[in-house]
Design a binder for this molecule. Structure first.
Ligand code: AMP
Ligand code: MG
Length: 450
């Protein structure tokens, strides 16, 4: 495949291009760069671990939702700042309940937000009515739930024992003043937003989103506002990738569709390498017009792998281009990273989507400021038997169904990696190890959520 492409370009291009081809021949990827899934994923994780975000910015709290924290988040006071009742009931001294039922004198009522000067001190034999979130009074060491009491005429009868500490969150038991609650790199999901709100932060320092160039290739691919001829294909990859980039915390930069022609491909790849990460889709398989590797080699690309033993997505390419002086005609500031990373994702839409999730996401997340996460699978019971061929690790679109603890999974009926409709109906992938030919119904199988 590679030789055929090289011949085609050398004979069809001008002299200076031919010179570039001579230099690229030395840099063409080794055919042996086809890795197992696990090795490929580890390699990506290793490279991702060295990547850093491009900068930081201050944003309003809600604007930061989904972004990545770039500063430590500290507790501005003790949490809770007072001994907080966790139940509606009666604040008591646990020692007063050694014999049940116990009858205690009720000396007052404490509601949430009560001022400390209004709170009575409990003496032996006394109780105070208390609400959830209210400060427990001095002298009390537990709260009895209202369900286990009955009260009348200034007294309360308690039917159930409590131990000291029951139903009271002690001062600073959740966090001490000044303690670090979140570290830089935390993705600001709704729990992190709640935490930031609870320490009074209306603005947060977040990492700038990485710019991720998306370049779809193929002579047959047309943009979505063009009416395709009978044999043309609308460009869905640019849009699925852009949506995946956004969901993973990046900012997509949409490049025009590249034809299967080295000159224009070269120009667009050069544009794409200006971003923090370049995602190419299409043009990495064995076809005569699959030119991506060849054109990347002209940029002295270092190929880290050129295939992974998976389905869908086997021809995926991962590599980087050095940004050092003289390597690329780019005017880069001193602080720029040493490399621009790229992925050449297979163009079949399902392959593009799956390979993004399996390999491009960790690099993007690292550029967004997140620590590299291991890929983890859940397990679900297989609903119907799967028959397949050995040799590749498969990530097949599937549906989780069932209710409560009875989760089942079954493969989506699909016509191969071009079947976007089937993929859109699926909600997960069943992971099939390369050595399995048949998996019977009822077996617990690994599932990758999407
Ligand atoms: P390739 O990886 O270039 O060999 O393309 C594999 C298949 O994916 C072909 O059927 C292409 O027409 C299709 N394809 C390639 N790029 C796109 C795209 N951007 N949107 C939708 N389908 C595409
Ligand atoms: Mg193509």
């Amino acid at each position: 495949m590679l030789n055929a492409n090289r011949d085609r370009v050398t004979s069809g291009d001008n002299t200076s291009a031919a010179c570039r081809i001579i230099s690229c021949m030395a840099a063409m990827p080794e055919p042996s760069l086809i890795l197992s899934f696990e090795d490929a994923r580890h390699l990506v994780e290793t490279h991702a671990a060295h990547l850093r975000p491009r900068g930081k910015e201050l944003v309003e709290l809600l604007e930061g939702a989904g972004q990545v924290l770039a500063e430590p988040l500290l507790a501005d006071r003790n949490f809770p700042p007072f001994p907080r009742s966790m139940r509606d009931g009666y604040a008591v001294r646990a020692a007063d309940l050694s014999r049940l039922p116990a009858s205690l004198e009720v000396i007052g009522e404490i509601k949430a937000g009560a001022r400390s000067e209004d709170i009575p001190t409990l003496q032996p034999g006394q109780a105070a009515a208390i609400m959830t979130g209210a400060p427990a009074p001095p002298g009390a060491d537990a709260v009895v739930m209202v369900e286990y009491t009955s009260g009348s005429a200034g007294r309360v009868q308690i039917m159930k024992p409590v131990a000291a500490g029951d139903n009271i969150a002690a001062v600073a038991s959740e966090a001490k003043r000044g303690e670090r609650l979140l570290s830089p790199g935390a993705r600001l999901d709704f729990t992190a937003i709640a935490l930031a709100a609870s320490v009074g932060r209306s603005r947060l320092l977040v990492y700038s989103k990485p710019k991720v160039a998306v370049l779809s290739t193929g002579d047959e691919v047309v943009d979505i506002d063009v009416l395709p001829t009978a044999t043309q294909t609308r460009n869905s990859n640019t849009y699925s990738l852009a949506a995946q980039v956004q969901a993973a915390g990046g900012e997509p930069v949409l490049l025009p569709i590249a034809p299967d022609e080295p000159g224009r491909l070269r120009e667009l790849i050069a544009d794409g390498l200006e971003s923090d990460l370049l995602l190419l889709a299409g043009g990495v398989s064995m076809g005569k017009y699959d030119l991506i590797e060849q054109v990347l080699a002209e940029f002295q690309a270092e190929f880290l792998f050129t295939g992974v033993q998976i389905q869908p997505g086997k021809p995926i390419v991962f590599g980087r281009v050095s940004c050092g002086p003289g390597r690329l005609a780019r005017d880069l500031p001193e602080s720029s990273p040493a490399h621009a990373y790229f992925f050449g994702l297979p163009g079949n839409p399902v392959s593009t989507m799956v390979t993004f999730e399996l390999f491009a996401r960790p690099v993007l997340e690292a550029l967004a400021g997140m620590p590299v996460r291991k890929l983890t699978f859940l397990k679900a019971r297989l609903k119907s038997e799967i028959k397949t061929k050995t040799g590749l690790k498969r990530f097949l679109p599937a549906m989780l169904s069932g209710e409560f603890e009875e989760t089942e999974v079954e493969l989506a009926a699909w016509q191969g990696s071009g079947d976007i409709a089937s993929m859109a109906r699926a909600n997960c992938y069943v992971v099939i190890p390369p050595d399995r030919e048949r998996i019977p119904a009822g077996e617990w199988v690994p599932v990758l959520m999407r």
